[in-house]
Design a protein around this ligand. Sequence first.
Ligand code: NAD
Length: 488
Amino acid sequence: MALRPETSSELLIDGKLVPGTGGTFAIINPATEEVIGHAADGTTEDMEAAIGAARTAFDTTTWSRDHAFRAKCLRQLRDALGGHIEELRQITIAEVGAPAFLTSGPQLEGPINDLGYFADLAESYEWETDLGRAKPMGIKTNRTVQREAAGVVGAITPWNFPHQINFAKIGPALAAGCTVVLKPAPDTPWCAALVGKVIAEETDFPPGVINIVTSSDHAVGALLSSDPRVDVVSFTGSTATGKKVMVAAAETLKRVFLELGGKSAYIVLDDADLGAACSMAAFSVVTHAGQGCALTTRMLVPREKYSEAIELVKAGLAGLPAGDPTDPGTICGPVISAVQRERIEGYLKLARDEGGTIEIGGGRPADKDKGYFIEPTLISGLENSARVAQEEIFGPVLVIIPHDGDDDAIAIANDSPYGLSGAVWGTDPDRIKKVVDGVRTGTMGINGGIWYSADVPFGGYKQSGIGREMGVAGFEEYLEIKAVATPA
Ligand code: NAD
């Protein structure tokens, strides 16, 4: 079976692949600006049907109670997608602009394999805990606590790491026994729709358990926040949209799970290996053209080493130019769209207007007349209060800021509305520990340590989100807790 549709991809609603009632919309390759195909344009009518199917599947089938069957379906999906891996790789590179090297990790293969982790959790999780006997109000009682699926989940996802984020939601939600409606970003509909095709044609997921509605219209996804039939809305995207989701969900008091933006600090202490720290800082900020919420985009270096660090980072960025994502050597591909490129260019202008110095980069690469490319860029000469140091740019742009010691570095790192990720480089374990403990953020990497993996909870403090994705904590986001008492 070929995955790439000849006409348009389809929606998955109630176990059937169906066209969108809104027709189709074009998908553009961000590296070439060519139309690579079309996706089904789901409407509110389609979304209503998908939510209804998910509700019925949750309320009328044994899905939420049959842990072994759910594990089987998730492993089936992992294996079926594995059978299409090379085709999915080509489509992902073309649709997302993801550099090929990332598709053997978080852009494709990693998240598919992670389905196995969630299948294992469905089987091994302690669904019922015996609290033993007690005598509340003088009556001997046996008490248990049981965990149950939270219900219908509305999953809304962005375009930057579509497979990773789609599977980080549908994997644990389905493993927990929920039913799901997935609404991917309009820029990357195929990454989700083609998974829907595999689910419909190659797995035993019962109708309605997983529904996938692609759409060019953000308002279609917004229904998932407001519809009373949805119990949990699981959202990844910008902080501004996350706030709207939370407001819309308040009316029905549904559980809200939010993975939002970041402006993570990369702290270099004065005893660090400066060369290694600067190389890794450059590599991190250009990975997937800086389109990662957890990428470290504020580099804090000791004031006395500021000039030296600037030269080292410039050398690093010079060796990582924006390039063709199909080339296995490319680290920095295009950004997703013309709109996103203009937004980044607006920030580059702002950096100049605010008095910053563009040390390297700062515009479109001269050797590319097609594709939404931005040169890897380093901005110096600004304080942490500058807008380019406070706001998420979501491009290959690093701001370098001097600090006056460990406490000052921690204070600057925390002077941000966000708290998603961070990094520290140094040699003294006590000083490193003080920084790790002091920075209010959901993840920290030490001396280049990478925390990303299926069993590691990921999420944000402050305006970077509410809740955790991945790991046992991510699985438990999709569970309710019921206490049961029996006279002993
Ligand atoms: P976005 O907020 O514009 O859109 C995200 C999704 O929300 C899309 O599917 C979009 O169609 C949908 N949407 C838009 N308006 C909506 C509304 N009112 N109600 C419901 N859904 C709505 O974000 P984006 O531009 O697609 O992605 C980039 C952002 O995502 C960045 O801010 C980035 O930091 C963030 N992000 C966060 C994480 C994380 O885990 N913390 C991961 C990846 C991306």
